[in-house]
Design a protein around this ligand. Sequence first.
Ligand code: ADP
Length: 334
Amino acid sequence: RSLTVAEADGDERAVEAALRPRSLDEVVGQQRVRDQLGLVLEAARRRERCPDHVLLSGPPGLGKTTLAMIIAHEMSVPLRLTSGPAITHAGDLAAILSGLNEGDVLFIDEIHRMSRPAEEMLYMAMEDFRVDVVIGKGPGATAIPLEIPPFTLVGATTRAGLLPGPLRDRFGFTAQLEFYDPRDLDTIVHRSADLLGVELTSEGSAQIAFRSRGTPRIANRLLRRVRDYAQVRAGGVVTLAVAEAALELYEVDDLGLDRLDRGVIDVLCRRFGGGPVGVSTLAVAVGEERETVEEVAEPFLVRIGFLARTPRGRVATPAAWAHLGLTPPPGAVG
Ligand code: ADP
C-alpha cells in the first residue's frame, strides 16, 4: 500500500522530529550561540530562576525551534508552542499566557507576524509578568489586570530587524543563527544517516553537505531524497555518484541552489539586466511572495556572493552572471 500525501507529509515531519538534537551537547555547529546560551541556562539553574527571554533570529531551517525545545529540555520544564500568525487578537495571547505554569518556556515562532495589540500585551507580560485584559468595548470597557507566573519567552524570527525596537529590547539574550559551513553539515548528515540507518560513503555525505545551502533542514531533506534514489535506482548505498545523480534529478545544482534561488538570479540577470531592481518586482517576476524571496532565497544568495542589496534595489554580482554562463552587459552594476 502506498502512502497518501498527508501520511507521507506526516511521516516526513515525524522524521524531522526524530532527527532533532535533544540537548545543547548534541547541537552541531553554532559554537558561539551554544556557549552563550549554555551559560545563560546554567546561571538560571544555579539561581533557581527562569532564564531571561531569548530571541533567536536567522533564515528558516537553521535550528530555532530545535533550540527552543532544548532550552525547555535543559531546564526540565514543558515547552508551549505557538506562532505569530496564530495570534491575531490580544485575547488569543491572553489565553495562552494565562494557561502558563511557573517556569514554562513559551515558544512563539514568526514572532514578527503577531498583531499589534498582542505585541503590546506581550511587552507588559515579558517585563512585569502581568497583562491587562480589556473586557467590553467603548466607554464601558474595563481593564482587568491578570497576573502571569514567571516564564521564559523564546521568540523566533527570520530577521531581528523585523521586530519593533521595544519588543527586541525586552529580550535578555539575542542570538543570530548563521548558515552552517559544509563541515558541520557533513557531521549532521552523518548523524542523521546513523539515526535513519542509511549507509553512505564519506564522499556521498560531503556532496549532500556541500549542496545543502548551509541549512540543516535542507541537509536532512536531501539525505532522505538521496536515500530514496539509492534504494530504488542503485544498490542502497549513498555514494558520490548516487548523491550527484539524485541531486540532479531533484534540481539542486552543484552549488546547492534550488529552483527558487536560480529563478531569482535568472530573472535578475536576464530580465532586469542585473539590476538594481526592487524586491517586490523581483518576487512578482519569479511568481513568489515577497517574504519568501526576501527571507528564504536572498540570505543565501547574499551569503555566497551572488546578490547584493543596495539602497536602489537588488543587484546581481559577476559571480551570479558566471554561474548562469552569461556575460554581464557593459553597463551592468555589481
Ligand atoms: P527553524 O526553527 O530555524 O526553522 P528547526 O529547528 O526546525 O529550524 O531545524 C530544522 C531541522 O534541522 C531539525 O529537524 C533538526 O533536526 C535540524 N537541525 C537544526 N539545527 C541543527 C543542529 N545545530 N545540529 C543538528 N541538527 C540540526
